[in-house]
Design a protein around this ligand. Structure first.
Ligand SMILES: Cc1cc2nc3c(=O)[nH]c(=O)nc-3n(C[C@H](O)[C@H](O)[C@H](O)COP(=O)(O)OP(=O)(O)OC[C@H]3O[C@@H](n4cnc5c(N)ncnc54)[C@H](O)[C@@H]3O)c2cc1C
Length: 508
C-alpha cells in the first residue's frame, strides 16, 4: 500500500469529483469501493469478503469524453491516482488499487454505438460498449468484429483495447491490435487525442500502439473504431483430432498455420485440460481443435487443408458436431461468474490461468518444463487438482501456451494468493522468459507480472519507460500497472543492465 501523494484529504477528493460530475455519477458506497479495490486475481479472497485495501475514495462515471478529460485534469492537478475501468473482467490485478484515496474512472456509462460504416467496413463505439452488444448489433447486418474472447458477454471495448485482448477466432481475424483502426483517448492532465481512421499509413511509428495495451497506465481510452467483416455462419466447419503427444499437436497446428491457411480457431489441449471440457476425454490423448469459416469456397478449401494436414499425423478424429456444441458454450457470462463464486465458497477450490507465448521450436519444451517444474518444486503440488495447458492462438512464428491450474485450498483464505497463485504464476512466467518467450500473451501485465517487465523487454524497456516519462511523469495513471511501483508511488523506469547487456551481445 502506498500513501496518497495528493494534498487533498479523502473527503476533499470526493467533494471535488462530485462537484465536477454531480452526485448521480459518483459512487461512494462502501461495498462498491471495497469490491472496486480488486479484480479477479483476488477472486477467492473477495468471495470471502476479505479486502485489505487501500480502497478508492470514489468511483466516477463520466458520461462524455469532456467529463473524463476534466477528471483527469483534476487528478493531475492534485496528484490523485486514477484506476480506469470498463467491464471489470481483468484477471491480473490491473484494477487493483494500490495507492490511497484513488479514483476509479469507470467508462461503462459511455456506451453508445456511434456509427456503423458499412461502406468502409468499420464501427465506432464508446469505451463502455460491451462486445456482446456490439456483436449482436453487427450480426443483424450480417457483419462481425471477428473478436470473440471468452469474456465477450461482459468485457467492454475500452478494456478490450487497453489490455491487447484476443479472441477465439484470432488466427483468421487477428487480435484486437489488428482490428483497431483509430481511437480517441484522454491523456493525464486532460488533453484529448484522436487518432484518425485510415486504412494504413507510413507517417512515422504507429501511434495507435501507445494506447493499445496501455492498461490504463498512460491514458483513458474513450472511443474506438474497429474493422468489421462479413459474417458467414452457415459455412463454418468444425474439426477435432486426438493425438498421442502434446508435441504432435504442436506440429499439426504449425503445419496448418504455416502452410498458409487461416483456420478461425486453432487450439491444442493437453489431456488434463481437455478432460475439463470433455468429461470422457481419454487421458493418454491431446486434443487439436480447428475450424474453418468465411466465404463458402474459402472455408471449404481451409477445411480440406486441415484434413490433409491431419492425415499426415497419427490421430483419431472427433466428430465435428461435438466441437461445434462445445464452442457454442465456451464464453463466460455473469451466470458462470456467479456459479464460480458459490463453488469457491462451498468447496474451497478454484482455478486460475497464466498465458505466455513462445516460438514453435520451444513450445513443447515450455509445456514440459512448466509441468515438470510445478510437479517437482511447487511446495503444495499435492493440492493441485488440475494442471494442464492449451495453445489457443497461433502465428507464423509460434504460439501461446495457456496454463490452467486448479487447487484445493489448504490454508487461510487470506494466504491463498501468496501460497498458491503467486508462486504458480511465477514458475510459468520464469520458464517462458528462460526459453526466450513472452511472459504475457493476452491478459496484460496488470500488477502481478510487473516484477518481470524489465526482463521481458530488456534493452527496449527504455522505450516503454519513455512513454511513462512523456505522458504520465507524475504516475497518476493506474500506478503499479505495467510499470513497477516504487515506495514513493513513482514508476520504476530503469532498464535492467544485465538484461540489456545480454541483448547487445545477441544472447537473447
Ligand atoms: C472468464 C474470463 C474469460 C476471459 N477470456 C479472455 C479471452 O478470451 N481473451 C482475452 O484477451 N482476455 C480474456 N479475459 C481477460 C479480460 O476479459 C480482458 O482482459 C478484457 O480485455 C478486459 O476488458 P474489460 O472491459 O473487462 O476491462 P477491465 O477489467 O475494466 O480493465 C482491464 C484493464 O484495462 C484498463 N482499462 C479499462 N478500461 C480502460 C479504458 N477505457 N482506458 C484505459 N484503460 C482501461 C484497466 O485499468 C485494467 O488495467 C477473460 C477474463 C475472464 C474473467
Amino acid at each position: 500500500m502506498v500513501a496518497s501523494r495528493s494534498a487533498l484529504s479523502r473527503a476533499e477528493v470526493v467533494a471535488a469529483v462530485t462537484d465536477l460530475l454531480g452526485p448521480d455519477q459518483v459512487d461512494t458506497t462502501d461495498e462498491h469501493l471495497r469490491a472496486g479495490s480488486v479484480d479477479r486475481f483476488r477472486k477467492y479472497t473477495a468471495v470471502h469478503g476479505i479486502f485489505d485495501g487501500p480502497f478508492p475514495a470514489a468511483i466516477a462515471y463520466p458520461a462524455s469524453t469532456e467529463q473524463a478529460a476534466s477528471l483527469l485534469e483534476l487528478a493531475a492537478r492534485h496528484r490523485i491516482a486514477v484506476v480506469p475501468r470498463t467491464g471489470g473482467t481483468s484477471t491480473e490485478g490491473g484494477l487493483e488499487v494500490v495507492v490511497e484515496d484513488a479514483i476509479v474512472l469507470d467508462g461503462s456509462r459511455m456506451d453508445e454505438i456511434v456509427r456503423v460504416d458499412e461502406e468502409n467496413m468499420m464501427v465506432t463505439v464508446q469505451c463502455g460498449v460491451p462486445l456482446q452488444r456490439l456483436e449482436d448489433h453487427l450480426r443483424e447486418r450480417a457483419l462481425t468484429t471477428g473478436h470473440s474472447p471468452q469474456s465477450k458477454p461482459i468485457a467492454q471495448m475500452g478494456g478490450l483495447v487497453a489490455t491487447r485482448s484476443i479472441g477465439q477466432f484470432s488466427t483468421l481475424y487477428g487480435a484486437i491490435e489488428d482490428m483497431v483502426v483509430g481511437l480517441e483517448a484522454v491523456l493525464p492532465g486532460g488533453r484529448v487525442v484522436r487518432i484518425k481512421n485510415v486504412p494504413r499509413r507510413a507517417a512515422g511509428p504507429d501511434i495507435r500502439h501507445v494506447l493499445i495495451g496501455n492498461e490504463g497506465s498512460l491514458a483513458f481510452i474513450t472511443e474506438v473504431t474497429v474493422k468489421v467483416f462479413r459474417f458467414y455462419p452457415e459455412s463454418t466447419r468444425y474439426h477435432g483430432f486426438l493425438v498421442p503427444d502434446f508435441a504432435d499437436g504442436v506440429r499439426l497446428l504449425r503445419e496448418v498455420v504455416t502452410t498458409g491457411y487461416r483456420p478461425a480457431v486453432a487450439r491444442l489441449y493437453s489431456p488434463e485440460d481437455a478432460r475439463q471440457h470433455f468429461p470422457d476425454h481419454p487421458m493418454d490423448q491431446n486434443l487439436v481443435v480447428l475450424t474453418a469459416e468465411g466465404p463458402e469456397r474459402l472455408a471449404a478449401a481451409t477445411s480440406a487443408a486441415i484434413e490433409e494436414a491431419a492425415a499426415g499425423a497419427e490421430h483419431t478424429a472427433v466428430p465435428g458436431e461435438r466441437i461445434r456444441d462445445w464452442l457454442a458454450h465456451l464464453n463466460w457470462g455473469q451466470d458462470k461468474i456467479d456459479a464460480e463464486k458459490s463453488d469457491m465458497l462451498s468447496t474451497s477450490h478454484l482455478g486460475y490461468t497464466t498465458e505466455v507465448s513462445v516460438d514453435w521450436s520451444r513450445t513443447a519444451q515450455l509445456y514440459e518444463s512448466v509441468m515438470t517444474r510445478i510437479r517437482t518444486t511447487f511446495p503444495r503440488a499435492e493440492d493441485l487438482t488440475l494442471l494442464g495447458a492449451h495453445s489457443s492462438h497461433s502465428y507464423q512464428t509460434g504460439t501461446n501456451l495457456y496454463f490452467v491450474y486448479d487447487y484445493a485450498i489448504r490454508c487461510e483464505p487470506r494466504e491463498e494468493i501468496a501460497e498458491y497463485h503467486v508462486p504458480l504464476n511465477a514458475i510459468i512466467v520464469e520458464e517462458a522468459l528462460r526459453l526466450g518467450g513472452s511472459m504475457v500473451h493476452h491478459h496484460g501485465v496488470g500488477k502481478y507480472r510487473t516484477p518481470w517487465v524489465q526482463e521481458e523487454h530488456g534493452s527496449a524497456y527504455h522505450l516503454l519507460a519513455g512513454l511513462k516519462r512523456a505522458f504520465d511523469p507524475g504516475n497518476v495513471m493506474n500506478p503499479g500497472t505495467v510499470y513497477p511501483l516504487d515506495e514513493n508511488g513513482g514508476a520504476v523506469l530503469d532498464v535492467l543492465d544485465e538484461v540489456a547487456e545480454l541483448d547487445t551481445v545477441g544472447v537473447r
